[in-house]
Design a protein around this ligand. Sequence first.
Ligand SMILES: O=P(O)(O)OC[C@H]1O[C@H](O)[C@H](O)[C@@H](O)[C@@H]1O
Length: 406
Amino acid sequence: MAGPFEGAGLTGRRVADESLLSDEKTMLENDPGGMLRATASAGAQVRESAALAAEANLGVLADEGRPRAVVVAGIGTAGLTGDILATVAGPRCPVPVIGHRSAGVPGWVGAADVVIAVSASGRSPEALAAADAAARRGARLVAIGNPDSELQAMAERARAPFIPVPRRAPARASLWGLAVPVLLAARSLGLVKVNEADLAETAARLDADAERCRAGAESFVNPAKSLALGLAGSIPIVWGSSPLATVAARRFADTLAANARYPVMAGALGEAGRGRVGLLDGPFGGLAESSRDIFADPDELAELSTRLRLVVLRDGGLNPEDEADEPVAVEERRADAVQTLAERRGVRCDVVTAEGGSALERLASLVAVPDFASIYLALAHGLDPMAVPAINEMKELSNPLPEGLQ
Ligand SMILES: O=P(O)(O)OC[C@H]1O[C@H](O)[C@H](O)[C@@H](O)[C@@H]1O
């Protein structure tokens, strides 16, 4: 008899198998959609999108001067581009940057505002409804996404600039292709300082990280494979030391969930320190660690006890000091503190420290290795990192029936 999940595309192993990450050929076979390849194109995406944005007529945005507010509208990865803009613009940004993840735009949006509608496919209902609402309310509109899509048609009807981002991979592997045009649209409004050197260095860093994380590099030299194997079987908790690192933490939660199907808790360390840090004392934290029998068979243990594994994404003290920002020293002390807490309780902890000069490059340095780690963790469980049966089923079940079938 068919099991409840038959047809849902559920294959894979409950327990991760390290040996699945040792042979490049097997890994590429187990990644038929090419998530590894798509993720390795991050640097190329930065360069390509920067060139495409330069060809779009973004100058018209600036003609009407500085907006009252910028709304970045989109869902999923497209929605994350709003958080990226807000963090790269930083606390000195002269106007509010608001990410909007549901259909339409906030009620107050009007002619004084700019709406950036983002959708990799060019057809998410959230981005389309936002573009439509922006046009109706007379707000300035910029649209970013798949060329020859409904979104492009809508931008054309509204005589708004459209930045075509060719769709070669699922939305979550197109983060950089989508984020760069958002930043460049905001730059043309004078809201963010991203120069050509920042873009070039960010692209170069993404390329270098893709090289370190390539399938052919073994786990002892591949930071993504070792991060993935460390997380295997655990409940990952990902905390970012700064606002920028917190965007990277949320991204890691998204990719771990979509690619590896892991439940993750992610957020800002500042807030976690006043609440969720208590998890370290709980049944999956210190209690699980202190009740472990050191003579037990490690394989058996791995199956018996689910434990937390902490990943701390640190900004590395490179944040420029800013009065509106929390002092770097506070962020650094807090990151040191949580590592000490984890150590005292025996909770294992990985640290990824940002590198690079500009905010964009630092963000890239916190996103690249975790992105690959989420794919290796999927592969270690025998999961196709690209397949998303539950997401597709959710869309199918929640879509209204076509007329006549109701
Ligand atoms: O960028 P879009 O094509 O509008 O897609 C937005 C989102 O749609 C779906 O829900 C996908 O599962 C997400 O990965 C994606 O980010």
